[in-house]
Design a protein around this ligand. Structure first.
Ligand SMILES: *Cc1c(COP(=O)(O)O)cnc(C)c1O
Length: 378
């Protein structure tokens, strides 16, 4: 199999206009945070219904700043899901607080809202749900629980740009929402992220935390009253992100179309009857950031991945259950704590899905998966 025939599980679509635009920024004499960053933030604000949006250098740092903005730190607990990129709970540890995991709903693979209230203690300050693969967590249930218990919500919407809940765009309502523009995401700025802030948020603090905590006044006045980091987005990155945002509807529509093709192909080869779990058939709410299946328990995921790779198909693992990592086991978490997340974490497989994929690529994946699963007796 030639490299050019290899189908990766994802690949960004960067158009010539963006490439030329980046060259213009590079020639302009101002390449770090400046006019393009402001323009990107303005475009994002319009996208999220006029709410305040600040851009940062990654989705991870965006979430960490969201936590700090709410004053969450040592002694505080934050409820989250064990089935996510480890960034989600690492940021809670980074501010000195404690992540409290709640198992997932095995169908949606998102935090099981019916189990959240049992995990609330007097120390709980916030809920940090993840919209895995772009399928929103149950935001009605979540915000109702938050209101009942006086908790803040930071949506880890890293994967959910363009997703909807009851017809409303994720990030355009609710409390805080954090997005990522990593190259795998539906919109990329190479690396980057943004925070959508609710009315009444301390926007100036969210801004200051981005750059050493520096506050400027007058012509030459400067003060620092809080430890800020270095989290500003460059104009080069912002130009890429702005160019991507112009095409989000087209990108997400193509992802949805490819997801439909996958379901048709997988129904034809009877994957569900063979014990493979497909994602929910949601064409209204999800932005189809990923198409993930869960393999039968008896099948070794690594062997399936190797066999698919040999047939020219790239796949990914998103994600192993977080509580089973050493860092978390050292905090007292162990196998058996969150069985649904562990089952998914051990067998979930991300299949190729990106806007530039061709319809014939879906058939290639389906044929390869069919053959490989037969090879393993499925
Ligand atoms: C990508 C991602 C992040 C982190 O975003 P970065 O931009 O890579 O820092 C956090 N949470 C989830 C669920 C993600 O998918």
């Amino acid at each position: 199999m030639q490299d050019s025939d290899f189908l990766p599980f994802t690949r960004p679509t960067i158009d010539e206009d963006t490439i030329a635009g980046v060259a213009d920024v590079l020639r302009s004499g101002w390449i770090t945070t400046g006019p393009w960053c402001a323009k990107f933030e303005q475009a994002l604000s319009e996208y999220f219904g006029g709410r305040t949006v600040l851009a940062y250098v990654s989705g991870t740092v965006t979430m960490e700043i969201a936590l700090r903005l709410l004053g969450i730190g040592p002694g505080d607990e934050v409820i989250t899901t064990p089935l996510s990129w480890v960034a989600t709970s690492n940021v809670v540890l980074a501010v000195g607080a404690t992540p409290v995991f709640v198992d997932i709903d095995p169908v949606t693979r998102n935090i099981d809202c019916a189990r959240i209230e049992a995990a609330i203690t007097p120390r709980t300050r916030a809920i940090l749900p993840v919209h895995l693969a772009g399928l929103p967590a149950d935001l009605d249930a979540l915000y109702a629980i938050a209101a009942r218990h006086g908790l803040r919500v930071i949506e880890d919407a890293a994967q959910a740009i363009g997703s909807h809940w009851n017809g409303r765009r994720v990030g355009s309502f609710g409390d805080l929402a954090s997005f990522s523009f990593h190259p795998n995401k539906n919109v990329t700025s190479i690396e980057g992220g943004c925070l959508v802030l609710p009315d009444g948020a301390d926007v100036e603090l969210a801004r200051r935390l981005r750059l050493q905590g520096v506050q400027r006044f007058g012509t030459d006045g400067m003060d620092v009253d809080v430890v800020g980091g270095k989290a500003n987005l460059t104009d080069v990155a912002a130009r890429v992100g702005w160019g991507q945002l112009q095409r989000i509807e087209e990108f997400n529509a193509r992802r949805r179309e490819l997801a439909r093709l996958y379901f048709t192909a997988f129904d034809a080869i009877g994957l569900t009857a063979r014990g493979v779990q497909l994602p929910p058939r949601d064409f209204e709410q999800s932005n189809w950031h990923m198409f993930q299946i869960v393999l039968p328990e008896a099948v070794q995921r690594a062997a399936v991945m190797d066999a698919l790779k040999a047939r020219g198909i790239g796949t990914g693992v998103h994600y192993p259950a977080i509580h089973l990592f050493s860092l978390y086991r050292a905090r007292g978490l162990r196998p058996g704590d969150f069985p649904h997340a562990e089952r998914a974490g051990a067998s979930i497989l991300t299949l190729p899905l990106f806007p530039a994929m061709r319809d014939t690529d879906v058939a290639r994946v389906s044929d390869a998966l069919d053959g490989v699963l037969r090879q393993f007796g499925v």
